[in-house]
Write a protein that binds this ligand. Structure first.
Ligand code: PCA
Length: 323
């Protein structure tokens, strides 16, 4: 008789234990290349907050920003090999795997948000297909603001960059530097200030956003607001890791990703305007004059022709989508 209530108590406790797995928490790590101060990273943090909220905290994603988990060149492969389930990379950095990834990195092909969007619409299924071959799902993509040059001295023509040690961030930007007659050195965004302070580079290509984040006025004097191209970051997930999640969590990720893509394109445009203004308060901002622009556009045409040759019909379809 005295034992009865005890058995009931045990049964209740067992019931609780059995119910636990339904509330179990999954924690994912996420590898990103850029520091917290960049709007891309801020957008990533909003994305993971949305996922946590939509899953009632059952799926928590811990963001490791600024290459703190994996170096930028290792992030895609780490996602592919499931060393980390989710990550962010600059899409064009995968150019060496397939030049289609580099469509948004060719100078003077897509130079505003509308043409960047048109380019992306055509490029997207091609990128998704190539990532799928590697067991990766594309979640969302957000462009950087337009790319320009930072220099110490004023430049009147491409000749003024002859032999300059020029900071680039991937194969395509290095090819451009070569065509400029400069000497390319690839430096990750997190290492820019150090590369200048140690004299490794004396000029660079990047956006106004990254210029402000690195306080480019501490080590250069002139910004050429060329808006030459808008390279995109992409957030990718390992397909098996994704499929292993309960369906409602998969839906939560996809919905948060769609929201992050829309928010990110807007953030990019806002940051573009505000950072050019901030640069203007701290250094000289130039629109390239016609002579310089003509020279640079010729380099863009050379690169577009090289790229079209490498990418064949797919590449031509992307180029045609902008004109
Ligand atoms: N910032 C990143 C990529 C493009 C940009 O605007 C960088 O400079 O590395």
């Amino acid at each position: 008789m005295t034992k009865r209530p005890r058995i009931v108590a045990v049964a209740v406790a067992a019931g609780w234990t059995l119910a636990l797995p339904a509330f179990a928490q999954t924690t994912w790590d996420m590898a990103t290349p850029y520091p917290d101060a960049e709007f891309h990273t801020q957008n990533v943090r909003l994305f993971v907050e949305d996922v946590a909220e939509a899953t009632d905290g059952e799926l928590q994603i811990t963001v490791h920003s600024g290459q703190s988990l994996f170096k930028h060149p290792e992030i895609k492969r780490s996602v592919q090999n499931q060393l980390v389930p989710i990550g962010e990379v600059l899409m064009a950095n995968l150019f060496n795997e397939d030049p289609i990834f580099g469509a948004d990195n060719i100078p003077f092909v897509a130079t505003d948000y509308d043409s960047a969007e048109a380019l992306w619409e055509t490029q997207r299924p091609m990128v998704e297909e190539r990532l799928a071959d590697d067991g990766i799902i594309l979640l969302y993509t957000v462009p950087w603001p337009g790319q320009g040059f930072y220099t110490n001295d004023e430049i009147a023509s491409v000749e003024d960059l002859n032999n300059a040690s020029f900071r680039t961030y991937n194969a395509t930007t290095s090819r451009m530097a070569e065509l400029l007659g400069a000497v390319p050195t690839t430096v990750e965004a997190v290492e820019i200030p150090q590369a200048f302070s140690t004299g490794v580079v004396e000029a660079m290509v990047t956006s106004a956003a990254t210029g402000v984040r690195t306080k480019a006025w501490d080590f250069t004097n002139h910004f050429y607001d060329l808006y030459a191209w808008l390279p995109k970051n992409m957030v990718i997930v390992n397909e098996r890791a994704f499929q292993a999640l309960p369906e409602d969590q998969q839906t939560a990720i996809l919905e948060a990703a769609a929201a992050a893509e829309e928010r990110g394109w807007q953030m990019s445009q806002e940051v573009s305007a505000s950072t050019v203004e901030e640069l203007g308060q701290n250094m000289t901002v130039h629109e390239a004059d016609d002579a310089l622009r003509t020279e640079l556009e010729a380099i863009g045409q050379t690169m577009a022709a090289e790229w079209a040759e490498q990418t064949g019909e797919d590449g031509q379809r992307i180029l045609d989508s902008i004109n």
